[in-house]
Design a protein around this ligand. Structure first.
Ligand SMILES: Nc1nc2c(ncn2[C@@H]2O[C@H](COP(=O)(O)OP(=O)(O)OP(=O)(O)O)[C@@H](O)[C@H]2O)c(=O)[nH]1
Ligand SMILES: [Mg+2]
Length: 380
């Protein structure tokens, strides 16, 4: 699964990306810092079933820290958007196609209102302007691609071919054409189709970033207003606070267990201590940095994704070599045991003969979607 980080320039996209991946990327308080997309691996946390079964896991693809598994997924951070991006303004629109590789999008906004639509410092800016602008730019860009189709094949096939690489499903395009009763492409139809396929195939959540610059009450009021206005979850966060904690932990200064457990490990200098104390205050106020909440809300509430543990021995919950609960995969909402087999190995998928739910010992029907937390033995 791949998640894309998009939004207006200078709102903190790369800071969020770095906090989630710890990749070395450029962050700066000026517009258009990111030019080429940043790609990395981020992790969603999920309780390891080792406690439930009173075993000790031997993690392979998803590390286990204090009984919590860190399950990987792909993250991509792209250049900032400004008005006119669809026709090449700012850094053009190549990065929009990069973002559309993703299965879902995090749109970062600066909820503090302290930077304007060009990413420059101001006071009292309304981020609703940015949400409208980003929506509109993506819509105009996608519509312009759809307008380019040549009527050689069926409409659905032509649109699908034109949008190949952008990860829109053929079924969605077909459904859009049928439901909207489209039989030719003009500007109005292209826009309607774009809106439909974006809504269906690129679910979105908004990260109300830089909450640390506001009081809790004010931040929550703003998040609710935007959420009601655009009918989308708006999760408050401080990417900068999360990044500082993750880096301090990586460098051995603290132990950080979200949401709020920060323990000093190594002597810090005055500046470092002051920085951690400031972050402790932010967490004291908001309860967390909000970043885990953002990831969990998007993956589990919006996308209905699930974590599944494949094993080869249903009694020992291990692979052939005896590694207990070695892997954990993040799968999309309707994923079946066959889809899990594909994640494990193309060979396993090719020889797939069925699957067993290790908690019940029962066989799983082929078309039955897996559940969050399932431990599955694939029969080959
Ligand atoms: N106060 C505060 N500042 C933040 C936060 N997140 C990011 N920033 C600051 O915002 C500025 C822009 O951060 P970036 O991560 O480079 O923003 P971006 O959206 O990737 O910007 P472009 O790539 O230029 O579009 C930097 O000065 C960051 O330190 C936050 O949570 N709180
Ligand atoms: Mg950036």
């Amino acid at each position: 699964m791949k998640i894309g980080v998009i939004g207006r320039t200078n709102v903190g996209k790369s800071t969020l990306f770095k906090a989630m991946t710890l990749e070395e990327v450029e962050i700066a308080d000026r517009p258009f810092t990111t030019i080429d997309p940043n790609r990395g691996i981020a992790y969603v946390k999920y309780p390891c079933p080792e406690k439930e079964f009173n075993v000790k896991c031997n993690p392979h693809n998803a590390p286990c820290v204090d009984g919590t598994r860190f399950v990987p997924f792909d993250l991509i951070d792209v250049a900032g958007l400004i008005e006119g991006a669809h026709e090449g303004k700012g850094l053009g629109n190549k990065f929009l196609s990069d973002a559309m590789e993703a299965d879902a999008l995090i749109e970062v906004i600066d909820i503090s209102g302290r930077s304007d639509k060009g990413g420059n410092p101001t006071e009292g800016y309304d981020p609703a302007e940015d949400i409208r602008m980003v929506d509109e730019e993506i819509l105009l860009w996608l519509s312009s691609l759809i307008m380019k189709i040549k009527p050689r094949d069926t409409l659905a096939n032509e649109i699908y071919k034109t949008l190949s690489g952008l990860k829109f499903r053929f079924e969605t395009i077909n459904e859009a054409i049928n439901e909207l009763g489209v039989n030719q492409i003009n500007a109005e139809n292209a826009r309607k189709l774009s809106k439909f396929i974006l809504t269906h195939d690129k679910p979105m959540i908004i990260a109300g970033n830089k909450m640390d610059l506001l009081d809790k009450e004010e931040a929550e009021k703003r998040a609710k207003r935007l959420s009601d206005m655009f009918n989308v979850p708006v999760i408050l966060c401080s990417a900068a606070a999360e990044l500082a904690l993750r880096e301090a932990e990586k460098n051995g200064f603290i132990r950080y267990r979200p949401p709020a457990d920060i323990t000093a490990i190594k002597q810090m200098n005055e500046g470092q201590t002051a920085a951690i104390n400031t972050i402790k205050k932010i967490i004291g106020k908001f309860g967390s940095t909000g970043v885990d909440n953002l990831i969990n809300t998007l993956l589990f509430s919006v996308l209905g994704a699930k974590i599944v543990f494949p094993v080869e021995d249903e009694r020992k919950l291990s692979d052939k070599r005896g590694n207990v609960l070695p892997d954990a995969y993040l799968l999309e909402k309707n994923a079946t045991a066959k889809d899990l087999a594909e994640k494990v190995h193309t060979e396993v998928a090719a020889n797939y003969k069925g699957a067993i739910d290790c908690r019940t010992g029962l066989k799983i029907k082929n078309e039955q979607p897996l559940k969050n937390g399932d431990i599955i033995k694939i029969l080959v």
